[in-house]
Design a protein around this ligand. Structure first.
Ligand code: MN
Length: 198
């Protein structure tokens, strides 16, 4: 897999995400996960498969590489979902099927985001909080470390990285402050596209 090129620059998400965090997070952490994953699957049957397919079928992975592929492949994939869901200045969710589904499930977009932030704030240690869809039902879930939601059959709509490397330079120990900030730069057009292609 290739290391994604972002549709915005490292300074463009300021002041929510500072440029130094972006440079370290995308340019180093994410790049390393992608390189390590590519090294792990090189010369195997998994090399030519989409990463979503590999991570959806963990029981097919060789025992001696399984956890390393979960860690590094998950790190590569989760950060794609994360970095591709932002747009400078944020956006609004337009009325439509996704907005109606969120309102029917959570009451409002604001309440859904509150639950997403709570899931991120209460994820002890390193991991992710998610808005996902499965069998046409939305839910908020957490994952640990670089585990993905794919093996449980979910399609990710939003994910929030709560590893300290995602926020510590700017928000230090104030993870809830990072969570409050990060949901203001969501690209709802991208999230709607994910929902429509579930
Ligand atoms: Mn990260």
């Amino acid at each position: 897999m290739e290391h994604i090129t972002l549709k915005y620059g490292y300074t463009d998400l300021e002041p929510v995400i500072d440029a130094m965090t972006m440079e370290i997070h995308h340019g180093r952490h994410h790049a390393t996960y992608v390189k390590n994953y590519n090294d792990l699957v090189a010369g195997t049957e998994f090399e030519s498969k989409p990463i979503e397919e590999v991570l959806s079928n963990l029981s097919a992975l060789p025992a001696d590489k399984k956890q390393a592929i979960i860690n590094n492949g998950g790190g590569a994939y989760n950060h794609n979902v994360y970095f591709e869901q932002f747009t400078p200045g944020g956006s609004e969710l337009e009325a439509g099927e996704l907005a109606s589904k969120i309102e029917a499930t959570f009451g409002s977009v604001e309440e859904m985001l509150e639950q997403l932030k709570t899931a991120g704030a209460t994820r002890f240690g390193s991991g992710w909080s998610w808005l996902v869809v499965k069998d046409d039902e939305l839910s908020i879930i957490q994952t640990l470390n670089q585990d993905t939601v794919l093996d449980a059959g979910y399609t990710p709509l939003i994910t929030i990285d709560v590893w300290e490397h995602a926020y510590y330079l700017k928000h230090q120990n104030k993870r809830p402050a990072y969570l409050a900030d990060i949901v203001t730069i969501l690209d709802w057009a991208e999230i709607t596209k994910r929902y429509e292609s579930r």
